[in-house]
Design a protein around this ligand. Structure first.
Ligand code: IPE
Ligand code: IPE
Ligand code: MG
Length: 258
């Protein structure tokens, strides 16, 4: 199959072409398209979610290989609770299974685990497994894998506003001191740098309530690939694309040279 061989060579060279000094510290991914992938294979939606785990494994491995420090994966949104019960149940079951099966591999790759979102909404077995895994991997020093679970950005921003209001009421902060830096400290991502690169799979061009505050200056990368087909080479391609963009942060090109 010369086509496939050629494709592998091109992919390899993309990794080699990456500038190791310009690797984004934090990459966030909206993992979309599992249901359509399953339909394409004549199967139930949960079959797509199962195969989504292969994509996660390869992406985590790739992120570690090129020295990304934080990888945030949108795994389940606040709005996803509204899906049919059997799908929600299947996703929660899969989550427990995936955490259980992947912990050893994550340990081998020196990956830490973290989670953001309204975690108290998760079924107790999911929550328990998640906390166990976070604990087991807590001394690792490589990539931090952040799972966004029962997460939505509007929920997170409203929570932050509520906590700030509490702190104002209790005289812990002065309203005059509220600026974007202080606000950021009340978000669930306070301990993370903002993502520089946001990837969405499945050909949809929307953000679906993900990290709205944090992606203010992220580079957006959309690919038609359905999530279960996504592999580390696709991550390298996105990072390569990122490295060839000019990030101006409101300035003009000439100012960036000085
Ligand atoms: C993404 O795939 C996974 C979750 C949202 C949990 P989808 O399940 O949204 O798949 P599509 O978009 O329907 O194909
Ligand atoms: C976004 O995908 C949420 C996750 C990937 C977890 P959705 O499939 O829920 O988003 P919409 O409904 O297409 O916007
Ligand atoms: Mg979807």
């Amino acid at each position: 199959m010369p086509g496939l061989r050629q494709e592998i060579l091109v992919m390899k060279s993309i990794k080699e072409k990456l500038n190791s000094k310009k690797i984004p510290r934090h990459v966030a991914i909206i993992m979309d398209g599992n249901g359509r992938w399953a339909a394409k294979h004549g199967s139930e939606r949960s079959f797509g979610h199962e195969h989504g785990v292969d994509a996660v494994r390869s992406t985590v491995e790739g992120a570690s290989e090129i020295g990304i420090q934080y990888l945030t994966l949108y795994a389940f949104s606040t709005e996803n609770w509204e899906r049919p019960k059997n799908e929600v149940d299947a996703l929660m079951g899969l989550l427990v299974q995936a955490i259980e099966n992947e912990t050893d591999e994550l340990m081998k790759n020196n990956v830490r685990l973290d989670a953001i979102g309204d975690l108290k909404k998760l079924p107790s077995d999911v929550s328990k497994k998640l906390q166990e895994c976070i604990h087991a991997l807590s001394s690792n020093t490589g990539l931090t894998l952040v799972l966004a679970l029962s997460y939505s950005s509007k929920w997170e921003i409203a929570e932050a506003a509520r906590k700030i209001a509490d702190d104002v009421k209790n005289n812990k902060i002065n309203p005059a001191n509220i600026d974007d830096k202080l606000f950021g400290k009340y978000l669930s991502t306070a301990h993370l740098p903002d993502p520089e690169l946001l990837i969405r799979t499945s050909g949809e061009f929307r953000i679906s309530n993900f990290l709205l505050w944090q992606i203010a200056y992220a580079e957006l990368y959309f690919t038609a690939k359905l999530w279960p087909d996504f592999r580390k080479e696709d991550l390298f391609k996105a990072v390569y694309d990122f490295q060839n963009r000019e990030r101006r942060f409101g300035k003009i090109s000439e100012q960036l040279l000085s």
